[in-house]
Design a protein around this ligand. Structure first.
Ligand SMILES: O=P(O)(O)OC[C@H]1O[C@@](CO)(OP(=O)(O)O)[C@@H](O)[C@@H]1O
Length: 443
């Protein structure tokens, strides 16, 4: 029986090691899906890494033309096989250092290649989850081709039109040999998820354990329609003014000004005719901040968006916490992500309770979230791939609207300042200052 360990984020990792094997033709969004899966797992503190076979192939063949990918080209075949072997060897070595989910990002488009990955992983006690991305939506394929020719090192410095044509030729070489995972034949015993036009239709086969089902559930919720997520803290509260944490206070006069200005900031960023859904916490200061937004925006309150619960320290200033609970104050500074307030929560706890929010965000289109400093840090860390140990120290200023737009290779960020003064609620390590100026590295 494998021993059960809990990584503290509600995930039972039963000594599990999973290789997620991407499958599909070029330009089907495989790398994007791989990148999102890795980001999600890392956000949950599950060690995850992606091994992109193309990067290994580039060592040997940096800018090959489409003929390289002709399956009748023995030299190309040999080099591509060597690249796959090097990627898998590195992945196995990484598993030995404590890796839990390794993502093998390649086309893995033939049955032979999939069998080889399956046999190799199985021989090392690693489970295999195939994730196949199929797409017949011409618009999505074209967008991916455009993306590749703009961003891939394979075509750096080349004429964009010639690059696009070459990439299409490469795709047709793969089309000649590509076989979808076929449950009716010899691949019936494989564990797999097939995504058709990301988010439209899914097929799931033989999911074996909890972590696999978590990954599958996340990937099922993804879509690739364009959208943005807007984040804002509530307007300055009466507690923010007096340097007290937690509570359920109303807004200060300057916080009220922000609430009145927010519709204008949102209009400037979102536009007039785009439908927007607004999520707030259940606390008065976020609800008050969102109350002047247009009535046709659907508004929802989520308990999961409430501020980090500071337990016995709720309503105290940092100085009072240091005086009454000096050991706790020091312990929090030592490891702010994991420190749990007496009778309250840690940042790690907040991440666990935010998981349904992340899942719902992935399923949704445009959303504006009005929430709190700690919660916003956790959500921001998810989108911007911030190190969890550092995220609790990030400065998230009041009276600022943040727009995040997921793109194929990362999330784009734009900030809109309301230009309404507010206190700083940022606090550096060791400090008990009521309103401290953030240091450059916290920005
Ligand atoms: O984790 P730290 O840095 O203490 O920040 C979280 C704190 O931020 C505050 C402001 O200081 O949130 P909020 O924006 O909801 O007012 C506190 O209520 C909360 O305890």
């Amino acid at each position: 029986m494998p021993s059960k360990t809990n990584n503290g984020v509600g995930v039972q990792v039963e000594d599990t090691k999973i290789c997620v094997v991407m499958v599909g033709l070029p330009a089907r969004g495989k790398s994007y899906i791989a990148q999102l899966a890795q980001r999600y797992l890392q956000w949950l503190s599950i060690p995850a890494a992606t091994f992109n076979v193309g990067n290994y192939r580039r060592n040997d063949a940096p800018q090959p033309t489409a003929d390289f990918f002709d399956f009748n080209n023995p030299e190309g075949e040999r080099k591509r096989r060597a690249a796959a072997e090097a990627a898998v060897a590195d992945m196995l070595a990484w598993f030995r250092t404590g890796g839990v989910v390794g993502i093998l990002d390649a086309t893995n488009s033939t049955k032979e290649r999939r069998k080889w990955v399956m046999d190799t992983c199985t021989a090392h006690g690693i489970e295999v989850l195939f994730v196949e991305s199929k797409c017949d939506d011409e618009e999505v394929i074209m967008a991916n081709i455009r993306d590749v020719k703009l961003t891939s090192p394979d075509y750096r410095g080349q004429d964009p039109e010639a690059a696009a044509q070459d990439f299409r030729n490469r795709i047709s070489h793969y089309e000649k040999v590509y076989k979808t995972i076929n449950a009716d034949e010899d691949e019936d015993n494989y564990t797999y998820l097939k995504l058709m036009n990301v988010g439209k239709q899914v097929i799931i086969n033989r999911i074996q354990d909890y972590l696999q089902s978590r990954i599958v559930y996340y990937l099922m919720n993804l879509h690739i329609r364009p959208r943005s997520v807007w984040l804002s803290r509530h307007g300055e509260s009466l507690y923010n003014l007096s340097g007290r944490i937690g509570g359920d206070m109303l807004l200060s006069p300057r916080g009220e000004l922000y609430a009145k200005k927010l519709p204008e900031l949102v209009r400037e960023s979102v536009g007039d005719d785009r439908p927007l859904t607004v999520w707030t916490s259940t606390l008065k200061r976020t609800i008050a901040t969102a109350r002047f937004l247009p009535p046709h925006y659907n508004q929802l309150q989520w308990k999961a968006l409430d501020e980090l619960d500071s337990g016995v320290c709720d309503g105290l200033t940092y100085q009072e916490i240091k005086d009454r609970y000096p050991e706790d104050f020091a312990a929090r500074d030592e490891d702010k992500y994991n420190y749990r307030y007496r009778g309250g929560e840690s940042y790690r706890d907040v991440v666990i309770r935010l998981e349904p929010i992340i899942m719902e965000l992935e399923r949704s289109e445009d959303i504006l979230i009005v929430t709190h400093q700690a919660v916003l840090r956790c959500i921001y860390a998810y989108f911007m791939k911030k190190d969890q140990a550092k995220s609790p120290w990030m400065n998230v200023p009041l009276h600022t609207l943040i727009k995040l737009t997921p793109r194929a290779y990362g999330t784009e960020e734009v900030r809109y300042e309301a230009h309404i003064p507010a206190v700083s609620t940022w606090r550096g390590k060791g400090s008990t200052a009521k309103h401290e100026n953030p240091t450059p590295e916290s920005l």
